[in-house]
Design a protein around this ligand. Structure first.
Ligand code: IVH
Length: 697
């Protein structure tokens, strides 16, 4: 894939021309130029993670190509970016034999295992020092791709190693996988490439959030999400999962007529070649080192960084770098002798399911929570785990007294992977679901098409408390020092009865109560006052409308000026909003047609909570002419990184707050600059999160 300065400029010029729709004289070459422009931007976005245009601009170009191809169907090619989109449902995935069997890797868990392996490799090769490449062991679903005459012809799952499922239509949805590459330039006729398909942590969390908003149990880890997504029969859904992948191995090559003279010397060269051909190989993630003690250093460095990566890795793969030496070392019947997996500390652990308690949430959903024998997983002690609903308990075949396997994937909440049924003694007991609300005794109710039992008593105290806790929580109105424990305490004491009560709360009455010194009283007052200015999307999310998670709330906030606008919208109008389906629309409609909810919002407005806001949109790559200033400590980015992002998009960093400032981005403990900015109406104050989401980062 070309990426030198001149060719980038050329592509940019072509991009601008196509965006202005100035391409006249349409012919085969012109349409191919637009395809190349789109392929270039796909590569920048999905492979290099460094886009040059906004999503909107990409979509504009894409739509142009779609239109041109519709008008000239004779000019469509199978590797056109528009041809990723599948048509119809896949019936069955045909079984296909791999060109070369997909072997697994031998595992190692400590330094001694590695030293042993290195010693054997040295003995077999007669060398006294071996050069190794060390790269992440991606924790996803392995796949094999076949290209013939430059075109992707097959994408296959690992299966049993000999034969896998042909999932080509789904593989075509993964935009980091090129539909064609210039193999014939290297005289290659057919090539088989191996790699791993992943769902990154951010998309995984979003995906799980969506499942939970629908009342469905979340998945235990991104690996299952990736593997499951690859097997979906409707490719258009696969596209929405935003899968990505790394390709790290060429397992087979056949050449046209003559064998090429340029024989690849090493694994690192192979990763470079794959990268140059447009594949996302781990060339930047891989390090070449001499000798096994250097390998150990690289492993330790990466294990330390593991949590900061965008995707899950479960270890490292160490490969003999020289390809001739790889061949000399050969294979056992199970795995190559030239590679070794080093597994990081497990994020799984076994425990015992001791008890199940039933908690009532803010929507009345009754959630079973498993109390387990406390156990360390990935550095934290886990003693209770949500087990979601009755169907989940049945699916996982959970019983009281069971030994269970649990997993904590990255920052994700721990999940039960399975019950270890082989270890049952016969004394295990069924988990019995209550018929009445454990808090208010009202009879529980379960709509036929749902998996969740609910308490439908809207005044159920547990629900009221949970709604307040949700309202003040970090991702909602973020009223610091008004955390869960305080909400429960104030509610118990009769000081707080409902959400509007937060804004008529007499903080001074806490004087003299244990735990509330002068400082915490001032903090609490400030936090309540500040929260009145939270952006609209936070208020929408804080309301706790069913199916409206953070992402939907952000979309909704862009559509209205005032939260009361929703009250005037018909269900149909709501459904026409982008990303709002029937279920979400019905839920919003119901919420705003409930008098108590509207009254609550009115009270919030009367008490000074901001309920209206101009929708803002920024297009990435288009900050030119705008000025920015950062204040306080950012949590996701370093200050310099954030400033670089602004500058990359053409914006300017200024040093002080004045009427010339367009945006003030505030982190933790923002001080006088924030105060000053609040007094200048033209300065837009954004949180770090809003800044990132506006930039589409
Ligand atoms: S090399 C013939 N490199 O780990 C050698 N495998 O436990 C081919 N994996 O089946 C494999 N990241 O699915 C290799 N950087 C990496 C990898 C990797 C993940 C997976 C792969 C393999 C499994 C073995």
């Amino acid at each position: 894939m070309m990426d030198n300065k001149a060719s980038i400029l050329l592509r940019q010029q072509q991009t601008e021309k196509w965006l202005k729709n100035e391409a006249e004289d349409l012919g085969k070459e012109k349409i191919e130029e637009l395809r190349d422009v789109l392929r270039f931007h796909e590569h920048r976005y999905y492979v290099e993670n460094n886009p040059l245009i906004s999503d909107f601009e990409y979509d504009t170009l894409y739509k142009q190509l779609e239109k041109l191809e519709k008008d000239h169907p004779e000019l469509i090619t199978t590797d056109s970016p528009t041809q990723r989109v599948g048509s119809g449902l896949i019936k069955d995935f045909p079984k296909t034999k791999h060109l070369v069997p997909m072997l697994s890797l031998e595992n190692s868990y400590n330094e001694d295992d590695l030293l042993d392996w290195d010693r054997k490799a040295k003995e077999l090769s007669g060398l006294d020092m071996i050069e190794y490449s060390v790269e992440p062991k991606f924790d996803g679903a392995s796949i094999s791709l076949v290209y013939e005459d430059d075109l992707l012809v097959r994408g296959v799952t690992r299966g049993d190693g000999e034969t896998g499922d042909d999932i080509t239509p789904n593989i075509r949805q993964i935009r980091s996988i090129p539909l064609s590459a210039d193999f014939s330039k290297h005289h290659i006729q057919q090539i088989e490439i191996r790699g791993e398909i992943l769902m990154n942590k951010k998309n995984f969390e979003k995906y799980n959030e969506g499942l939970m908003e629908e009342g469905l149990p979340p998945l235990a880890n991104p690996r299952n999400a990736a593997a499951g997504s690859l097997r979906i029969k409707d490719s258009s859904i696969v596209r929405k999962r935003n899968l990505e992948g790394f390709l790290y191995h060429v397992s087979y090559i056949s050449y046209k007529n003559e064998e090429p003279k340029d024989h690849l010397p090493s694994h690192s060269d192979m990763l470079q070649l794959l990268w140059d051909m447009g594949f996302r190989s781990p060339k930047k993630e891989m390090k070449v080192v001499k000798g096994i003690s250097e390998v150990v250093k690289v492993i330790n460095e990466l294990e330390e960084k593991r949590d900061r990566l965008d995707y899950e890795i479960d270890g490292m793969v160490i490969k003999v770098n020289n390809l001739d030496l790889q061949e000399k070392l050969g294979m056992t019947s199970h795995h190559p002798r030239w590679a070794m997996a080093f597994k990081f500390k497990a994020r799984q652990a076994t425990s015992k399911l001791l008890d199940v308690q039933f908690q009532v949430g803010r929507t009345g959903a009754v959630t079973p929570v498993a109390k387990i024998q406390p156990v360390q997983v990935g550095g934290v002690t886990v003693s209770s785990i949500s087990i979601h609903n009755e169907d989940y308990i049945k699916d996982k075949d959970l019983k009281l007294g069971d030994s269970i396997l649990i997993e904590r994937s990255g920052d994700v909440i721990p999940q039960i992977v399975k019950s270890l049924t082989d270890l049952r003694t016969g004394g295990e007991k069924n988990i019995v679901f209550p018929k009445h609300c454990p808090e208010c005794e009202a009879e529980l109710f379960k709509p036929e098409e749902e998996a969740v039992w609910r308490c439908v008593n809207i005044n159920c105290k547990a629900q009221v408390v949970e709604r307040i806790i949700h309202f003040v929580s970090k991702d909602a109105m973020d009223i610091k020092s008004f955390g869960e424990a305080n909400v429960r305490k104030f509610f118990e004491m009769g000081l707080l009865k409902d959400i509007p009560g937060i804004y008529s709360f007499d903080v001074d009455q806490l004087k003299g109560i244990e735990g509330f010194g002068e400082k915490s009283i001032t903090n609490l007052k400030d936090a309540i006052t500040q929260s009145k200015q939270q952006p609209l999307h936070r208020l929408i999310y804080a309301l706790g409308i069913r199916y409206v998670g953070e992402t939907t709330a952000k979309t909704l906030a862009q559509k209205v000026h005032n939260v009361f606008d929703f009250e005037k919208m018909t269900a149909e109008e709501l459904m026409n909003l982008e990303d709002v389906g029937v279920k979400v629309a019905a839920s919003i409609y119901e919420f705003f047609h409930n008098h108590d909810n509207v009254r609550m919002l009115e009270k919030l407005r009367e008490r000074g909570v901001k309920t209206e806001e101009e929708p803002t949109t920024l297009i990435a790559g288009n900050l030119s002419g705008m000025t920015f200033l950062f204040t306080g400590t950012l949590s996701k980015l370093k200050r310099a990184e954030a400033e670089a992002l602004v500058e990359k998009e053409g914006g300017k960093i200024v040093s002080g707050v004045s009427s010339k400032l367009n945006f003030l981005i505030t982190g933790e403990d923002a001080g006088s600059k924030l105060e000053k900015a609040k007094k200048i109406p033209s300065v837009k104050i954004l949180s770090e999160e809003e800044f990132l989401s506006l930039l589409n980062v």
